[in-house]
Design a protein around this ligand. Structure first.
Ligand SMILES: Nc1ncnc2c1ncn2[C@@H]1O[C@H](COP(=O)(O)OP(=O)(O)OP(=O)(O)O)[C@@H](O)[C@H]1O
Ligand SMILES: [Mg+2]
Length: 498
């Protein structure tokens, strides 16, 4: 596939500015760039979700106007979506067969799934309900669904941002097979430089809608890529040497979870006697493998789970679990794992999303003061570097990384007592990742108790005071100080027994 002089404007924003890109069979092409650089827009143009204002697209040498995903599909172009494209209530095979003409053929679809699973190492249970599957498996279903249509071009927009390191490795092993053995072309958007450097063949870097660098991966290095992405080298990080928080024995804990038990839900591990204490000013990292119960912890502190036994206290007072709004009222802030599921309302404005959790700050006698809301939103937009048209811009017009910044700005600015940050750096460009970690550290310096749920060991080093390792809904190990960056954590995460 080859693109020439592709241009797309949204109002005042030039999202793609005369972009050239070639996707070649047998190669993985990496696309890099800071948040809002125009990567997703370009991918949406390839798949026909967005129509370019000008420029040409050639597929197998022939000029084509791609105006819908269906037409892209007929031309052999497929995209692995992260959201919206699977139906939770249906089984895996039904999802895979969806969109086929005529009656859904169970045994034929089962056969195709088994065939693709085997060929690419993408095992999945065809009769499982998609809603019951963890995110890594759902993505596998998406990929099977794409491959079934035998595409010559496969597009991945940040496929690994929601995957654990082990799942990412598996994904890339399958991708290699798709590319090397079958000559398909792959476009891969990612913020993870190490990943791009290890799996791609060529790299294109975008900035402000333009292509600023194009190179063979073999001749690329992280410093040069960062300079191309941001137009400068990022400052070396000297800020990470936190003075560890020391909880004085009498000081009231910010958060105490004691013996939390919650049954498994939809076949996924629950909490099995989980306990943790977080002092004001302390950052406690929570790591675990998929299915460790990490996710339940965030749900518990978002009032989404009711405990069968055990308790949660904030600043010494017990907070009822599973009661809508109770945790927020106790000033527990949550940066959720899936911003589309529970963090944002895409049809509302940026300003409204920023006010979502504590609208009372902007209301008088129950009526929202629009001017106050906008003024506050404008401050947060500036402070957190959220790239958008302004407080009234609809949320869905923001790039992925800028949507994540809205969630961060809202939760950090609400002056929480306890802040639960679940994978807060997902989808952020490498420059923003360091800013977010710095903000978590400064929240802690202001006395907030921080629970940092992550699968990125790099997020923990120099930031977390302690790290708690979870497995099957309970604590299996606790590490502190220099142990956090050490081999023990790495081997625990790769499944060694504590
Ligand atoms: N439908 C739209 N309406 C208005 N503006 C849009 C729309 N889609 C994208 N934009 C704007 O175009 C620019 C590029 O967005 P895009 O989503 O392509 O960025 P990205 O490189 O994928 O960033 P990220 O790494 O954050 O996902 C951003 O300024 C974004 O706000
Ligand atoms: Mg994007």
């Amino acid at each position: 596939m080859s693109l020439r002089a592709i241009t797309k404007r949204f109002g005042r924003v030039l999202a793609c500015d005369a972009v050239d890109l070639d996707l070649v069979g047998g190669h993985i092409h990496g696309l890099l760039g800071e948040n809002g650089a125009g990567k997703s827009t370009l991918m949406k143009i390839l798949i026909g979700l967005v129509t370019a204002d000008s420029g040409t697209v050639r597929v197998h040498g022939e000029a084509r106007g791609i105006t819908s995903p269906m037409q892209a599909g007929r031309l052999g172009i497929a995209m692995v979506h992260q959201h919206l494209s699977l139906v939770d209530a249906l089984t895996v095979w039904e999802n895979v067969a969806l969109g086929d003409a005529g009656r859904l053929d169970r045994s034929e679809t089962h056969r195709r799934i088994a065939d693709i699973s085997e060929r690419y190492g993408l095992e999945v249970e065809p009769d499982a309900r998609v809603g019951d599957l963890p995110v890594g498996l759902r993505q596998r279903v998406e990929i099977i669904k794409c491959l079934r249509r035998d595409p010559s071009v496969l597009i991945f927009d940040e496929p690994t941002s929601v995957l654990s390191p082990a799942e990412s490795t598996r994904l890339f092993a399958s991708l290699r097979r798709v590319v090397a053995d079958e000559g398909r072309a792959v476009a891969l958007v990612s913020h993870k430089l190490d990943e791009v450097l290890s799996v791609t063949d060529q790299i294109t870097v975008m900035r402000d809608g333009r292509v600023v660098e194009r190179l063979e991966t073999a001749s690329a290095d992280p410093e040069a890529l960062t300079r191309a992405m941001f137009g400068r080298a990022l400052a070396a990080d000297g800020s990470r040497d936190r003075v560890p928080a020391v909880a004085s024995p009498r000081s009231e804990l910010a958060l105490r979870i004691e013996g939390a038990v919650a049954g498994p839900r939809r076949g996924v591990v629950g909490l099995a006697g989980f306990s943790v204490d977080v002092a004001p000013g302390e950052i406690v990292g929570i790591v675990g493998l998929e299915g460790s119960g990490q996710r339940n912890l965030a749900d518990l502190l978002s009032s989404l789970i009711r405990l069968d036994s055990g308790s949660v206290s904030v600043a010494g007072a017990v907070v009822p679990t599973g009661r809508a709004g109770a945790m927020a009222a106790a000033r527990v802030g949550v940066i959720p794992e899936d911003r589309h599921d529970s963090g944002l309302v895409l049809d509302m404005s940026v300003g409204e999303n920023l006010a979502l959790v504590h609208p009372e700050q902007f209301s008088r006698r129950g009526i929202i003061d629009g001017a106050a809301l906008r003024a506050r939103a404008a401050e947060l937009i500036a402070e957190f570097g959220i790239q958008c048209e302004g407080p009234d811009a609809p949320m869905w017009t923001l790039s992925g990384g800028n949507q994540q910044r809205v969630v961060l700005a809202r939760e950090l600015s609400a002056l929480p007592r306890v802040l639960v940050a679940a994978h807060p750096t997902r989808g952020l460009d490498v420059g923003a990742v360091e800013q977010v970690m710095a903000r978590l550290r400064s929240a802690a310096a202001d006395g907030v108790g921080v629970l940092l749920i992550t699968s990125e060991v790099e997020d923990l080093v120099g930031t977390a005071d302690r790290v708690v390792v979870m497995r099957s809904g309970a604590v299996v190990a606790e590490l502190a100080g220099t142990e956090i960056g050490g081999d023990r954590l790495a081997s625990l995460l790769s499944g060694a027994s504590p």
